[in-house]
Design a protein around this ligand. Structure first.
Ligand code: FES
Length: 123
């Protein structure tokens, strides 16, 4: 689906996907405006709950996912950065293993309305 952005002064709300587009264990990349800059985000469905983060590893500032291996680890229990294998809790973004143990992912706000999933920066 097309990404629709409704920009304000410093924040944006992005219609990322319909609920049916992101079943459990899947994810979707998107872009949003944050403090006047375009940022990459990722929406995940973890056991039926939606969470969203900036798609930026706190270790080296690169995207977590790869096209061929996705963003979940092998058993789907953690988000994984493929560069140096950091693991993050899907519900919180907290790093539990790897080179960034105290640096969490930047969590975004998820809002579901009329079968659509919207994401915005934290206020
Ligand atoms: S860049 Fe992600 S763990 Fe190093």
């Amino acid at each position: 689906m097309e990404v629709q952005t409704h920009s304000g002064d410093t924040t944006s709300v992005v219609a990322v996907a319909s609920i049916a587009d992101v079943p459990p264990g899947k994810y979707k990349n998107f872009e949003l405006e944050l403090d006047g800059f375009r940022q990459h985000g990722v929406l995940i469905n973890y056991h039926g709950d939606f969470h969203a983060y900036l798609n930026v590893c706190p270790h080296a500032g690169i995207p977590l996912d790869t096209v061929d291996k996705g963003i979940f680890n092998a058993d789907g229990s953690y988000l994984i950065c493929r560069k140096h294998w950091a693991l993050f809790q899907p519900e919180t973004g907290i790093c539990v293993s790897g080179p960034c143990p105290i640096a969490p992912l930047s969590k975004l706000v998820v809002h579901v309305e009329n079968e659509m999933i919207y994401v915005s920066p934290k206020n």
